[in-house]
Design a protein around this ligand. Sequence first.
Ligand code: FAD
Length: 357
Amino acid sequence: MEKALENLKSVVSERARDIDKNNDMGDLINKIKDSGILGLIVPEEYGGMGKGYYEACIAGEELAKVSAAVSHSVVVHGIAVDALRMFGNDDQKREFMPKMLRSFATIAITEGRGGSDVGGAVSLKAEKSGDTYILNGTKTLITNGMFADTFIVIGRTGEGSKGLTAFLVERGDGISTTKINLSGMRGSGLASVRFENVQVPESNVLVGEGKGMRVALGTLAPNRIPFAAMGLGIAERCLELAIERAKTRKAFGGTLSDLQAVQFMLADVAVEIEALRRTIYSIAGNIQDSSYEGAVVKILSAKVAKKAADTAVEIFGGHGLNMSSDVERAYRDAKVLDIAEGATEVMKLLIARKIFS
Ligand SMILES: Cc1cc2nc3c(=O)[nH]c(=O)nc-3n(C[C@H](O)[C@H](O)[C@H](O)COP(=O)(O)OP(=O)(O)OC[C@H]3O[C@@H](n4cnc5c(N)ncnc54)[C@H](O)[C@@H]3O)c2cc1C
């Protein structure tokens, strides 16, 4: 794993600015597929590396140091693999796990009507006809949507949150995508994905009809830990860049790093990074309550990454706002951590549920 990650990091680091500028990974997609990293948490019996959340955190953190967008793509692919690992039956795993080794997958929950209120907002229709479901509707803000070959789609088969069902869907006839132009995580294949009379065999339902909410929430909860590790990587890179800059930027007869005010700004960031790193890896190695712990690290990670990026931009001064600078990109990427895979306020609901229980 370490070798695959190091090789990939060096390729990605050369392209990170172009990925952001073009909102496109280009042929890097094939290099990621060839690197083997997509098989990180695919069980060994299906040809994967068989790793767990701890290693997924290392991958999320290390890739985010060079490109948060690439890290996000790999982390979201891991969410889809994990949904299959946790909720798929043997036949489904035998069929789909090998595909996920070398091609991207994603999870498609969010729709235009809202991403936070999954039970209320999902309207993608999944109508049963014999032993097939016909899917009609549009998902939006889907990471890897532009290039994923496998989608875990949450569709509506009935009323309320018990009327949601999770489907394994292969890209094919009736699926079309439109790229989304966000300010952060640019290049992660974010798309609206339209499903038009897409036929899905009944055998591709995960767990059973009406269990879609369980699949969505059960998968997202532990995977917020690798997601948080992405924020750790962003923060660490920002601190490193800010220290380098402070040590070399001349001002007032010395360097910025001679100024105690600057030292203290970066010391504050270092303290928060240390706390975040230890929290993430202690939780990832021993998950007790994924709903609560995932929410805690996700909130902490967004806070630390935003503060680190904000501080780094400050240290770089006007140059930190240049759109070709790495700290400016980190500033935009860090904000995504507050929203994707569950908004910070929704994470607080999960935490409140636990502390008031
Ligand atoms: C870069 C990126 C990648 C993404 N990738 C994926 C993906 O791969 N698959 C996928 O399915 N989705 C994905 N999403 C969607 C993401 O999960 C949603 O954006 C998120 O859940 C919030 O939904 P929303 O954007 O519809 O905001 P809304 O649900 O409209 O919420 C807007 C805001 O209202 C507040 N709010 C909402 N509910 C509450 C509440 N109960 N209490 C207090 N405040 C509340 C929060 O501040 C929230 O940010 C991605 C989003 C981004 C930005």
